[in-house]
Ligand binder design. Structure first.
Ligand code: FE2
Length: 144
């Protein structure tokens, strides 16, 4: 699958670059194609996978929004929790449904390497992409 990366905010689009970046609104010409962006991170730091691959939990009966069905997508970064220090931290977690971008959680060193999405959009597959300031891009998928 082709992968396009926004050079302004780091957002990743799959298959086609968006007409503008859905995360930072930069124009389409700010996207550069790099189909191996996830493989490059894994090859660069082979031992890093345990701290970077997103762990996805799905709660189909959240209950926070009883007016509508609300799925929680709960993400932590790493089977071994990733550090969140000023020199080394997870910058964002992006959530996709069926490869279409839904939303982003921005992270700072003051919080855990984790996030939650209350999904309105339903589909069959969740994809989570995260970016570490030192170790690059990592992703994981889960069936809805
Ligand atoms: Fe890292």
């Amino acid at each position: 699958m082709s992968v396009y990366v926004c050079s302004v905010c780091g957002h990743v689009e799959f298959s086609e670059p968006a007409s503008m970046c859905p995360a930072c609104k930069s124009p389409k010409d700010k996207f550069t194609r790099n189909d191996r962006i996830f493989e490059e991170s894994a090859e660069k730091s082979k031992e890093a996978a345990v701290k970077h691959i997103p762990a996805i939990k799905i709660n189909k009966s959240c209950g926070l929004i009883p007016e509508q069905s609300c799925f929680d997508i709960i993400v932590r970064i790493g089977a071994t929790l990733h550090p969140m220090e000023s020199a080394h931290f997870i910058q964002f977690i992006d959530c996709y449904v069926d490869d279409a971008y839904v939303s982003r959680v921005m992270l700072t060193p003051g919080v855990f390497a984790a996030g939650c999405f209350h999904l309105k959009t339903h589909g069959s597959k969740i994809k989570i992409v995260e970016n570490c300031n030192l170790h690059g891009y990592w992703k994981a998928e889960a069936d809805l």
